[in-house]
Design a binder for this molecule. Structure first.
Ligand code: SF4
Length: 235
């Protein structure tokens, strides 16, 4: 981690000392269900529907015995019917293969229907206390704008962040970046004029912070330009 990255992490920690998950859950099963529902949906909306879901389907065994048709009305306001299908099928697999307990490794979690790396990392980090950096849209955008990462994909962003950030800061830094993305470094109109991290931010100096797609494009162009420069100076 270079000096600038250290200043960014210290700045994020100072800005959001109480950052914590905004989704409500109390155990690995609830974490899994809430995180699947949260894809392309707000945490506030998910928090509205999960009390009834967890009341009527209190664990993976109970969820495995229902059907997507029964579950869907509970979670309809969180979007896609496929979420209900994935939750029921994931719980069936948890019962059949893992004895009814949500597994605690990335490899096992990502076998579950509807569970990608991000969801698996959320479960690992916040239910099992295993250090992980779940890269959602906020973490992807904020980390690449700030210069904690310089990557075009979530997988590469996760790898670079794990390399740059000390392991004991993986879980909290994930929250810091989400908080910053939601409160200041918005996707379309980042509030750079009032951002305390502006002095350290790579994007603000490169002027390509308008939206994540443009970020990716701009980074690719900047990378090509750097490569071309390197080729010229090596020639
Ligand atoms: S200066 Fe702007 S782009 Fe950089 S982190 Fe702050 S809000 Fe985001």
């Amino acid at each position: 981690m270079d000096e600038n990255q250290r200043a960014i992490l210290d700045g994020l920690a100072a800005l959001y000392p109480d950052a914590s998950p905004e989704l409500h859950f109390t155990n690995p099963y609830e974490t899994l269900v809430a995180t699947i529902l949260a894809a392309q949906c707000t945490d506030a909306r998910v928090n509205q529907v999960t009390p009834a879901v967890f009341r009527d389907f209190p664990d993976a065994k109970a969820m495995a015995q229902t059907t997507p048709e029964v579950l869907y009305p509970y979670v309809k306001s969180c979007g896609f019917r496929s979420k209900a299908v994935n939750i029921v099928n994931a719980c069936k697999m948890i019962v059949e293969r893992f004895g009814g307990e949500v597994p605690s490794t990335l490899e096992e979690l990502t076998q579950l229907p509807g569970v990608g790396r991000k969801t698996a990392n959320v479960v690992l980090a916040f239910s099992f206390g295993i250090p992980a950096i779940p890269v959602d849209t906020h973490v992807f955008r904020v980390s690449n704008r700030l210069g904690l990462a310089d990557a075009d994909t979530v997988e590469e962003t996760e790898r670079q962040l794990m390399e740059a950030i000390p392991r004991d800061k993986w879980n909290p830094s994930h929250h810091w970046m989400i908080y910053h993305g939601r409160r200041v470094c918005h996707s379309q109109k980042p509030d750079c004029d009032h951002c305390p991290l502006r002095p350290y931010c790579k994007a603000v100096h490169l002027d390509h912070m308008i939206n994540p797609k443009q970020d990716v494009k701009a980074r690719a162009q900047a990378r090509k330009a750097r490569q071309a420069e390197g080729e010229t100076s090596n020639a």
